[in-house]
Ligand binder design. Structure first.
Ligand code: 13P
Length: 259
């Protein structure tokens, strides 16, 4: 049984006041989430404030990226050690917006992944194809290339510490989500690759999240698909009631699969 995981990626949104209010509303709406894990990923500037709001409660803190070195002359960057220090337990890596806008390569993402794991941060490695790649029938080779490059050379045990997120670029922020069937097909393919790259046992244990226009009204169907182990939520995570509704649907699916 893989416990569903719901991650809110706030992207570049939120003043300190807004971040505190949003985190507080999510915390108060999810006092004792059962059968589901919840992570909030605010911007760097709001991490300390959100850490304070979440306190020692069940909702965990994550960052949206990190540098691959522990410290040094890297203007504008934030290291994994700094993230741990501020209370993060998770970090998103390889998000398509960073691949595209910042030019993050598979090789760099691999270095970040290694650094995050070395600092005991749990990475969520994001992969996904563009609309054009899907049109050309390149969905599987694209995500396979990203996964292989991201995990290349990692010890089998290290791969067991990673969460994957399938985020088709065409579904991000567009209102057009992948269907449970489309996502399930890619998740199954990724799980098969994990079997090969790590082991069957690790592949079965690894959570593969879906991301791309997840909302309260489609989350239940998506998470009910057996290959989908939760969601990476962008826009809908900025609204507390909507995000709480997504978490509750995932919890329902998680609880039902335990029966
Ligand atoms: P949306 O939920 O806004 O489509 O964003 C998805 C995403 O990129 C999460 O990382």
């Amino acid at each position: 049984m893989r416990t569903p995981l719901i991650v809110g990626n706030w992207k570049m949104h939120g003043t300190l006041g807004e971040a505190r209010a949003l985190a507080g509303a999510v915390r108060d709406g999810l006092k004792r989430p059962r059968g589901v894990e919840v992570v909030l990923c605010p911007s760097f500037t709001a991490l300390a404030a959100v850490a304070e709001v979440l306190g020692t409660g069940p909702i965990q803190l994550g960052a949206q990226t990190c540098h691959h070195e522990a410290a040094g002359a890297h203007t504008g960057e934030v290291s994994p050690a700094m993230l741990v220090d501020v209370g993060c337990r998770w970090v998103l890596l390889g998000h398509s917006e960073r691949r595209k806008e910042i030019g993050e390569s598979d090789g760099l993402i691999y270095q970040k992944l290694r650094a995050a794991l070395a600092h005991k941060l749990r990475p969520v490695l994001c992969v996904g194809e563009t609309a054009e790649e899907r049109r050309q029938g390149l969905t599987f080779p694209t995500v396979e290339g990203q996964l292989r490059a991201g995990l290349a050379g990692l010890a089998v045990d290290a791969i067991g510490g990673i969460v994957l997120a399938y985020e088709p670029v065409w579904a991000i922020g567009t209102g057009v989500n992948a269907t449970p069937g489309q996502a399930g097909e890619v998740h199954g393919y990724l799980r098969g690759l994990l079997s090969e790259l790590a082991s069957k046992e690790i592949a079965q244990k690894t959570r593969i999240l879906y991301g791309g226009s997840v909302k309260a009204d489609n989350a239940g169907d998506l998470v009910a698909e057996p290959e989908i182990d939760g969601a990476l939520v962008g826009g809908a995570s900025l609204n507390a009631p909507g995000f709480i509704a997504i978490v509750k649907q995932a919890a329902r699916v998680g609880a039902a699969s335990k029966e």
